[in-house]
Design a protein around this ligand. Structure first.
Ligand SMILES: [Fe+2]
Length: 348
């Protein structure tokens, strides 16, 4: 009756079998313990030994879940064995067996980290009760571990889905830009490529580099709302009211991406502040120097560089030199001198 109760305990959900190690120098006792353990459906491999040294080796080599050890043994005592095992693995579950009356040893064993104890002479019921108690704890730990793993997988899956829908949304926005004006689309790509190179050269962290790359790709997205007659003119030819309209594109751009990127300050900053200038003469807010976010300063320099490249045109054989010269001239006005220095080192 007792046996079937322990053998068939339905409330134990896990079907995992655990590895046991019995350490006992009294061979008949060792044999009985081993036979009792075989009655439990949750006990897998049973390792046995009559001494602590061998027990330690077996424990280290076989990922053993539970150790049942006698206390009084030659060479290494059960107490020393508990210490050594717990030093090796503080999570090890140890049940000690001791003769009735050795309560000081038992107290020390528990202090050293033993999970439970059984007094000799023991009954089958007592052994199985103790074994089941430790198995219930191991099952609980196993279920908790599995739960954490499944939770981590669910979080990973959700993150991947969100990332995919995030990138799909960005792609749709860029497709709209490409359909509207291929020239601006190409400019955004160029700015993204060089901004990424500059951010790498500045040894920024991976996440920031990724934000800068995406932000640069989207920096002129607000131009979707600027009429063609303004976009096609050189800035120097724009009437005052036309230029005022053009100056709205960072604000419009931020509003376009806000529903997708509302928690992404770096990318929003790039779109909103990429026309700010180091001397405070930029727009939309006229920020000066260090007030301009770093990501925006990086994209701003590259934006200016690509605009110069387009302005000078491919026919000029000294194009690269002229662009660099122009960038150097603008150093204190437009760009953060330190970042510009790094960018120039990329070009030269
Ligand atoms: Fe722009």
């Amino acid at each position: 009756m007792v046996l079937s109760e322990y053998q068939l305990r339905g409330k134990m959900k896990s079907s995992k079998k655990y590895k046991f190690l019995i350490v006992e120098d009294d061979f008949p006792v060792l044999k009985i313990l081993s036979d009792i353990l075989k009655l439990s459906p949750f006990v897998g491999t049973i390792y046995t030994t009559d001494n602590g040294e061998h027990a330690l080796e077996l424990f280290k080599e076989n990922s053993i879940d539970v150790i049942i050890t006698d206390i009084l043994m030659p060479k290494i005592t059960g107490l020393e064995l508990i210490k050594k095992i717990r030093e090796y693995n503080s999570e090890a579950h140890i049940i000690v067996i001791s003769a009735y009356g050795n309560t000081d040893y038992l107290r020390e064993a528990i202090r050293n980290g033993a999970y439970d104890y059984i007094l000799k002479p023991f009954t089958v019921d007592e052994i199985l009760f103790s074994v089941n108690r430790v198995i219930e704890k191991l099952n609980f730990l196993e279920e908790r571990k599995n739960y954490v793993v499944s939770l981590e997988n669910a979080v990973k899956e959700t993150r991947e889905k969100l990332e995919k829908s995030f990138y799909d949304s960005l792609k749709s926005i860029l497709n709209a830009l490409e359909a509207r004006d291929k020239r601006i689309y190409k400019h955004c790509h160029n700015v993204s490529i060089y901004s990424e190179k500059l951010a790498r050269k500045m040894a920024l962290d991976k996440k920031t580099i990724e934000k800068i790359t995406i932000g640069a790709l989207l920096h002129d997205i607000g131009k979707l709302a600027v009429p063609d007659n303004i976009l096609l003119k050189d800035e120097s030819e724009l009437k005052r009211e036309e230029f005022e309209l053009l100056k709205q594109h960072p604000v419009i751009g931020k509003n376009i991406v806000l529903p997708v990127l509302k928690d992404d300050a770096s990318i929003l900053n790039i779109i909103f502040y990429h026309h700010e200038k180091f001397d405070g003469s930029g727009y939309p807010e006229g920020l000066r120097g260090e007030k301009i976010p770093l990501e925006a300063k990086i994209v701003s320099i590259v934006n200016y560089y690509d605009s110069l490249e387009n302005k000078i045109g491919d026919n000029d054989s000294n194009k690269r030199e002229l662009v660099i010269e122009e960038l150097k001239k603008s150093s204190s006005k437009i760009s953060d001198p330190e970042i510009l220095k790094i960018f120039l080192s990329l070009l030269e």
